[in-house]
Ligand binder design. Structure first.
Ligand code: CMC
Length: 374
């Protein structure tokens, strides 16, 4: 009897040097560095460089990278024209999927897929995605886009493009920490999708476009949006018990909880929760946080299931002022670093990814003659 691994659960399909998720110790390292230490000591630009190159940048390398990145933030006419023609009410993840397709179609180096070209394309997407997401956040509110400011770092520039000013330092820091935590997580569904597409020797834009499709789903990146819908659905902390009982009786999955790899808690949650607590220290979100804490406690007690990273990022993004449909695009702005690092790694020692299936349909049979089918 063939052993079936539904969902590829527990299957190790390849090696990687990019990150290590250790479920025994609930830890995550990028290129050997604990992600918590990266959050405490690095900017997101430094982490992006680390994921792509394997080492943290020297001061000179960082300055050169920042200069390139800051010069590539502006969108070309092909892309901005195409995005402006999309239906006003389409989901921002659909906008991003389309945007990456247009960036690929507009790339004069299309077809050149060596590491140097793919790195340049990765930096280009990294630089332009914040411009696209910020414009989309403003478009949803009927506001004109704000041009990127090359004098500002990645996080400050993005937040300024969204709200017209650089917010207080603690908000910038919380946002940057979320970017670092979302950047990479080994062979998750979207990264694996990118590697599958890459393994056919397709191009980097096709791989990223496919990965966006995988990330959009609520069992993956879409969960950070779904968390806010859940917290909005529950009227007060006092309602949590009854709400959860009913939701579990209805066999609902509670968004922001559970993980395929971590069964005793997601290594990234404490760091992001600490940022969320700082954002709510002034007491203005006490009601939201009371529901947040009550649901986490009830899920642990009733199901022994811990929150995943999407649980604290959902409310954190809400408190930073983002609209809910922008949450998964924020995840994508970050994960572009991990995806592209994996695409380049896949190409270094490529093998077509082509698993097998076990056929359980009807036995072979002859096609009936025309008359017999009528
Ligand atoms: N709510 C209720 N029950 C759950 C949940 C949940 N969030 N997660 C797992 N369970 C239960 C599940 O019903 C099953 O119970 P039983 O054995 O009685 O049927 C048991 O736990 C095992 O669940 P599973 O679905 O087999 O576990 P999995 O490893 O396939 O699922 C998961 C992982 C992330 C798909 C799942 O936990 C889930 O659907 N969570 C909600 C969506 C979510 O928050 N996704 C974000 C994932 S982390 C960030 C990211 O990758 O984007």
């Amino acid at each position: 009897m063939t052993e079936i691994h539904r969902g590829l659960a527990g299957v190790v399909v390849d090696t990687t040097t990019i990150s290590m998720v250790n479920e025994q110790t609930n830890s995550l390292t990028y290129r050997g560095y604990p992600v918590q230490e990266l959050c405490a000591n690095c900017t997101f630009e430094e982490v992006a460089w680390l994921l792509w190159h394997g080492e943290l940048p020297t001061a000179r390398e960082l300055a050169e990278f920042q200069s390139v990145e800051r010069n590539r933030r502006t969108l070309g006419r092909t892309v901005s024209g195409a995005l402006s023609r999309l239906p006003a009410d389409c989901h921002p993840m659909d906008v991003l999927r389309t945007a990456i397709s247009y960036l690929g179609a507009d790339d004069p180096t299309e077809g050149l897929d060596d590491r140097d070209h793919n790195l340049a394309k990765s930096i280009d997407m990294f630089a332009k995605l914040p411009t696209i997401v910020a414009a989309e956040q403003r478009r949803r509110r009927g506001l004109d886009p704000i041009l990127p400011d090359p004098a500002l770092g990645y996080a400050e520039n993005f937040l300024q493009m969204c709200i017209g000013a650089v917010p207080p330092a603690e908000q910038v820091r919380a946002f940057e920490v979320s970017m670092i935590l979302y950047a990479e997580h080994s062979f998750n569904a979207s990264t694996f999708t990118a590697r599958v597409v890459t393994s056919t020797l397709s191009d980097i834009y096709s791989a990223v476009t496919a990965a966006i499709g995988a990330l959009k789903g609520p069992l993956h990146g879409g969960a950070n949006e779904a968390v806010m819908h859940v917290l909005a659905e529950i009227e007060s902390a006092g309602e949590v018990e009854a709400w959860l009982k009913q939701a579990l009786a209805d066999k609902r999955k509670i968004m922001g909880f559970g993980h395929r790899v971590y069964k005793n808690g997601d290594s990234r949650v404490p760091t992001m929760t600490a940022e969320l607590r700082k954002l709510t220290a002034d007491g203005t979100a006490d009601e939201l946080m009371a529901k947040y804490d009550a649901l986490a406690a009830a899920m642990l007690r009733d199901k022994n299931i811990h929150p995943n990273l999407d649980y604290p990022t959902g409310p954190a993004y809400h408190l930073m002022g983002f609209d809910i449909p922008i949450f998964t695009p924020l995840f994508m702005m970050s994960r572009i670093t991990g995806w592209t690092a994996h695409i380049m790694e896949q190409l270094e020692s490529n093998s077509l990814i082509r698993p097998l299936s076990s056929y359980v349909g009807v036995d072979q049979r002859p096609v009936p003659a025309g008359a017999a089918r009528l």
